[in-house]
Design a protein around this ligand. Sequence first.
Ligand SMILES: [Zn+2]
Ligand SMILES: [Zn+2]
Length: 188
Amino acid sequence: MKSYLEYILCSVCRRDYLVPTPSNASTSTATPSLAAPVPFYVTTCYHEICHRCLFGTNPAPNPLDQVKLPCPACQSVTPLALLVTNDPTNELAPFFSDVAESIDLAKMGLQHQLSSLMNQVDYFKPKCSDQKKTISRLILEVKKLKAYKTSARTLYFLISSIPDLTSLVLAKRERETPITDRLDASSR
Ligand SMILES: [Zn+2]
Ligand SMILES: [Zn+2]
């Protein structure tokens, strides 16, 4: 499939951006060279313009990103960027990359991200279910402990309501001893 670069022409003079390399220009399968003999510029009005149509024989203003010029194709005042297509790190590279290839890459990226997330889900899912079981078991334990606490409290009240053994014995003895004996005992 032909690259988009092979279709780039100056929007004003229709000069080709790519030119066949001299060594294989004679063959029909000649691959156009990336090294354009004339620099091209990109505008924000979606035009690609050759150096000659913008600046004639003058050099480009330096620095280029400080200037805004009327586009010779549509007259919009536009900033310019040098068209660089042989450097994948150039910020304009995505504009001229193979869109089908980019979609394939995006698909692979999406596949990777989804699979990675699914792996995480697969790892945590059984752990969550284990934790649910543990929590249910703990809730049961807490309920049991609450029941024990209630029973213990009831027992405590029962025990504390029973008079202690010594006072029971003394009261019994008092009831059984005749009053005269008790008086004798106290006067002695
Ligand atoms: Zn031109
Ligand atoms: Zn324009």
